[in-house]
Design a protein around this ligand. Structure first.
Ligand code: PLP
Ligand code: COI
Length: 341
């Protein structure tokens, strides 16, 4: 076997059917032994809970080829933990952390030819998910579930790579104050499709969602958290119980404080004060750190001093520090990198 013949430097964020995926089924109150399979198709009953009532949770993480040719994942333990929280929030059985990590290792190892080479800017995106596979018709949780994990090689989530993005403030809300915004479940993304398509049609890269209760605080985008840098080089990021606790953001906050010596503050951020920030960026596994150049709300435009041509200097330092750790160019904090090969 040898590396797939793909144009690695120019991959978008799309699905490729790779060789192997991992599945484990939950029946009779327990998870069965998992295995790697070749078939990418799922056959389930028409009344399966995932099809009728969206009983599904998922994760997203990446495997990278490092500078020395190893293949690694970045903080997969945190994805395993977040999936436990998401599953608990949707009446689904916990998939044990150790098994999650083993499934990640196995899928990456079985698809090594699909792991983009070092220096291409691409990586192998891993998508673990659990869904209610047993039929229901009354509103209730399924009694059977499937855990599945597949891999697909990806490039940058936003076309144009690291060019600053233009966000629009969405007219619609993403998550209710005591709803499911903090969980990684497909239903949060289903409800964002209308406003995402509308944003793209109007020429924006992404939506920025506000808090649903008052529509005065900034929350996050449809697929990433947001960070701001003040003129005094402080990192400020929204604190809210209805945003997804991003692993990338948690890592960035640590690096900002401990490697770059920045003051870091997590607090509610009013939309009204966003015009005072010097730089902004979206952060997530898919987004990595994507600089934001402009935020538009109706007639009002906020253009950050960092502009529309380049990443702001602090966002750039954070981006470099994070990606160099993921690619093994510089050492990451203890326990952040899991070596697979
Ligand atoms: N917020 C949302 C809504 C997301 O879908 C994601 C992607 O996973 C993130 C934030 C970023 O989270 P992470 O850094 O763990 O990928
Ligand atoms: C991720 O970053 O892993 C996500 O799940 C976000 C999605 C927009 C692809």
């Amino acid at each position: 076997m040898s590396k797939k013949n793909l144009d690695w430097e120019n991959l978008g964020f799309e699905y490729y059917e790779t060789e192997k995926r991992y599945i484990a089924n939950y029946t009779n109150g327990e998870w069965g032994k998992g295995k790697l399979i070749s078939d990418p198709n799922v056959v389930i009953n028409e009344s399966a809970a995932v099809l009728q009532y969206c009983q599904q949770v998922f994760e997203g993480l990446k495997a990278y080829t490092t500078k020395d040719g190893s293949v690694v994942t970045f903080r997969p333990d945190l994805n395993a933990e977040r999936m436990l929280d998401s599953a608990a929030g949707l009446q689904m059985p916990p998939f044990p952390k150790e098994r999650f990590l083993e499934a990640v290792d196995q899928v990456v190892e079985a698809n090594l030819d699909w792991v983009p080479p070092y220096g291409t800017g691409a990586s192998l995106y891993l998508r673990p998910f659990i869904f209610g596979s047993k039929d229901v018709i009354a509103i209730k949780p399924a009694e059977e579930f499937q855990f599945r994990l597949y891999a697909t090689p990806v490039g940058p989530y936003f076309k144009g790579g690291v060019n600053p993005l233009t966000l629009r403030v969405s007219k619609y809300d993403r998550a209710a104050p005591r709803g499911t915004g903090h969980l990684k479940t497909g239903l949060n993304y289903a409800m964002s499709l209308n406003t995402t398509v509308e944003a793209h049609q109007e020429g924006y890269d992404e939506n920025l969602f506000l808090d649903a209760a008052t529509r005065t605080y900034v929350e996050e985008s449809g697929g990433a958290n947001i960070i701001f840098i003040t003129e005094d080089n402080e990192l400020v990021t929204p604190k809210s119980s209805s945003i997804l606790p991003s692993i990338t953001k948690r890592s960035i906050l640590y690096l900002a404080e401990n490697h770059l010596g920045l003051k870091v503050t997590e607090r509610p951020v009013k939309l009204e004060e966003v015009k005072n920030f010097a730089e902004a960026g979206l952060c997530g596994t898919a987004a990595v750190i994507s600089p934001v150049g402009k935020i538009v709300k109706g007639e009002e435009e906020i253009v950050f001093p960092s502009g529309m041509d380049d990443m702001g200097p602090t966002i750039k330092k954070l981006y470099e520090t994070l990606t160099q750790m993921q690619l093994g160019v510089i050492d990451a904090p203890e326990g952040w990198i899991r070596k697979i090969k």
